[in-house]
Design a protein around this ligand. Structure first.
Ligand SMILES: [Zn+2]
Ligand SMILES: [Zn+2]
Length: 411
């Protein structure tokens, strides 16, 4: 099931030159006209498989599939396990249609859905949550499953309706019989502007400076006015950040690595303060009355990393609670890009909780019923020093293998 990331081909919105992107790319730097644009989508990115020019007779329709790539965590009675998922599953309830596209999307260069895209798009009638729960029927004894997505998008596969038969518009082969009544079961039409990809200028909304980021960065920074921005829908929004100050004798800082710090509200469990967490995880801490007034924080890597390391770092940071001197100035040292969105970090909280809980028998049956919402969050850049092949957290002294940090294609 481990496919490679998809490639998307399209014309630069400024000069029209052909550009090829990987699906995780967000920042486009056109090699021809040097335009710098950021790709944004209001909910999910939507791609299409281009129909073959050899097959054009009939009405062009597009069938939606959910694209799910990421890690599925499962909590059973004794352990937390994970597996990598890379799947496309049909997003409408039509048993006649192929349920999965298999490897096909890797073979073709995909396109974005743009205002001039021809054809009618069948609207998904299966919410993404249902597609996720269909990824693997939870084996017996599993208390909780959660998908932490690297990519959740919609892919549209082209069909041609000719007479009362639907044909695959890539291979030209018949797919199934299809009548007007069948058509009536579905909703379809052109995609609205809100459903199409947007190209947003990468100028700082506050001061107009060119913002900085790697090609797959989910957060761009402005070094001129010292601000950080995400573009979750159609425009950039400022997000709070801080850079942790390294201890005096830490040595030379090689890199700042981003983490999300979240203050969640957890319904369904008596877990609201740091004191509650110490008790629940049986942390080796001398309890003081002040802990009952200290907020509950969870940390999560804000970058993609393999699932074992993801879990380990989320757990260690949450237990060790790296609170200290902080600075609202962006450091001059290199910043590792943010590639894991806050929404996915929030999804990870229950998995972290499962890994930390001391009394698994009592905790695990409650996990599926918990409701976690975010009360407050911020991005934190933590300083790391380099020691041989490892990066070491400057104050916690925990190590991270440098090889695990090269832009992993997998989370
Ligand atoms: Zn261009
Ligand atoms: Zn600025």
């Amino acid at each position: 099931m481990n496919g490679s990331p998809w490639q998307i081909e399209y014309g630069c919105p400024q000069c029209g030159a052909p550009v090829t992107l990987e699906e995780t790319d967000r920042l486009l730097a056109c090699p021809f006209c040097r335009a710098r644009l950021y790709l944004a989508a209001e909910d999910h990115f939507r791609y299409l498989i281009p129909p073959s020019p050899a097959h054009t007779v009939g009405e062009l329709l597009y069938l939606p599939y959910w694209r799910l790539r990421g890690t599925l965590f499962s909590v059973s009675a004794s352990e937390v396990t994970h597996r990598f998922v890379d799947a496309t599953t049909l997003a409408v309830n039509v048993p006649e249609m192929p349920f999965s596209l298999g490897l096909r999307p890797q073979v073709f260069k995909l396109r974005f859905v743009l205002p001039d895209t021809r054809g009618r798009f069948i609207a998904p009638d299966m919410p993404v949550e249902r597609a996720i729960s269909g990824l693997g029927a939870a084996p017996t004894g599993v208390f909780y499953q959660n998908f932490i997505g690297e990519t959740v998008s919609l892919l549209h596969a082209p069909l041609l309706l000719r007479g009362e038969t639907l044909y695959d518009a890539v291979l030209g082969r018949p797919v199934c019989r299809w009548s007007n009544d069948d058509m009536g079961r579905l909703q379809y039409g052109p995609l609205t502007a809100g459903e199409q990809v947007r190209f947003v200028a990468t100028l700082c909304p506050r001061c107009g400076w060119d913002m900085e980021g790697e090609k797959d960065s989910l957060v761009l920074i402005c070094r001129n006015c010292n601000t950080a921005w995400t573009c979750a829908d159609k425009e950039f929004r400022q997000i709070p950040f801080t850079a942790m100050t390294p201890p005096v004798r830490a040595g030379e800082i090689a890199l700042y690595i981003p983490f999300w710090r979240m203050r969640p509200r957890i319904e369904g469990l008596a877990l609201a303060s740091y004191a509650d967490l110490i008790r629940m995880a049986n942390l080796p801490k001398a309890m003081t009355p002040a802990f009952a007034n200290e907020p509950l924080y969870f940390w999560s890597p804000a970058f993609k990393i393999n699932p074992s390391l993801y879990s380990r770092w989320a757990k260690q940071m949450t237990a060790l609670r790296p609170i200290g001197d902080e600075n609202d100035r962006l450091p001059q040292t290199a910043l590792y890009p943010v590639t894991l969105p806050l929404a996915e970090a929030l999804e990870g909280i229950i998995v972290t909780l499962a890994r930390m809980g001391a009394d698994k028998q009592k905790l695990y049956p409650k996990l599926a019923g918990l409701r976690v919402t975010l009360e407050e969050s911020r991005l934190e850049y933590h300083p790391f020093v380099r020691e041989h092949n490892e990066l070491v957290h400057a104050s916690l002294r925990i190590t991270l293998d440098r090889a695990s940090l090269t832009y992993g294609v997998r989370m």
